[in-house]
Design a protein around this ligand. Structure first.
Ligand code: SAH
Length: 315
């Protein structure tokens, strides 16, 4: 679930009561390095209040064999096939969060472009990918103004068709140098981007549809789609702890700890993060992560700001 529906209040409550189980590990035991199987010792709940001891337990039930996995993705897409191709539809009835969402995203993106892209991206041909783009809300309100080309990836065809219409040149108020280029009707778990095409890959309110193994393999493939110095922005709901499974739309809301474990497995670093402000209280908290493939120094000479809450030696 992206951010809101009738389950939402319940989900927020459940998220608040979910527990993380950190089982003690036998330090002497030799453990193989992480493979495709995700070792996630994080407990969680589903939207009916059922408790899972670990994410593994939940994933085994939901996607434990190839038929189950097919059903998981079919039901996820099936849910959205029944939703209106409108801003209210993709925002679960909370169309009014569009404005604060875009404002906060723009501020975050601006900072990142200044810090990570030489010359702030000026006089360069910038390209972005909008993942799980829905009707093209993020592209239309934000990405198209900053990027010369935006590609959209969305598995629900009536959303993608609405995006095509919303982003037709006659419906845009940007110069001819800015356009929506490719419309891919594909789910994230099946997509491989062209090598080094993108400056930014934007992933908002859709990664909860991916099982952990597909999450990791998607980001690993997508890394190759970034230009050198390119980055991901992941904007997602956060569970207070563990995870919350939404049985209706087949998605999970992960906690910050859970995301960090997966970023680690993807070989991604958190360059910066920022919490969304100004959303109604009944919604999940929303966080923006800027993810890079290597530890980066700021472009333009100045050093990255030190985190005030971390001890650092005075040089
Ligand atoms: N990112 C858009 C849409 C959010 S709604 C926005 O912020 O406006 C969630 C979107 O995720 C829907 O468009 C839905 O079709 C899409 N989605 C569902 N399963 C997906 C999958 N497996 N891969 C990519 N997108 C998916």
């Amino acid at each position: 679930m992206l951010c809101a529906n009738s389950n939402l209040c319940l989900n927020s409550y459940l998220a608040a009561t979910a527990t993380e189980t950190h089982q003690a590990r036998d330090k002497c035991r030799v453990r193989p390095r992480a493979t495709t199987r995700i070792e996630m010792e994080i407990g969680g709940l589903d939207s009916n209040g059922r408790e899972f001891k670990s994410a593994d337990e939940m994933w085994r039930e939901e996607v434990g064999d190839s038929q189950k996995k097919l059903d998981w993705y079919r039901n996820g897409v099936g849910y959205w096939q029944g939703v209106d191709a409108s801003v209210d539809g993709v925002l679960g009835g909370y169309a009014h969060v569009n404005e604060p969402d875009i404002k906060a995203s723009e501020a975050f993106l601006n900072t990142l472009l200044i810090e990570l892209v030489p010359n702030g991206g000026r006089n360069q041909h910038l390209v972005a990918l909008d993942c799980g783009s829905g009707i093209g809300r993020v592209t239309k309100n934000l990405l198209i103004r900053y990027f010369n080309e935006v590609d959209l990836l969305e598995p629900v065809s009536h959303f993608l068709e609405a995006a095509r219409e919303n982003l037709a040149p006659e419906n845009l108020s940007v110069s001819e140098e800015h356009k929506a280029s490719n419309f891919y009707c594909t789910p994230l778990q099946e997509f491989t981007p062209d090598t080094q095409r993108y400056d930014v890959i934007w992933v908002q309110w859709c990664i909860g549809h991916l099982a952990d193994d597909d999450f990791v393999s998607f980001f690993k493939r997508a890394k190759a789609g970034l230009k050198p110095g390119g980055f991901f922005v992941l904007k997602e709901n956060l569970a207070k702890s563990g995870f919350v499974l939404d049985n209706e739309d087949k998605s999970i809301t992960r906690s910050d700890v859970y995301f960090k474990e997966l970023f680690n497995q993807c070989g991604l670093n958190i360059y910066k993060l920022k919490d969304q402000k100004g959303f109604p209280d009944e919604l999940f908290a929303v966080r923006m992560y800027a993810l890079t493939t290597e530890t980066l120094k700021k472009v333009g000479g100045s050093r990255p700001k030190r985190k005030a809450n971390r001890p650092a030696i005075i040089k």
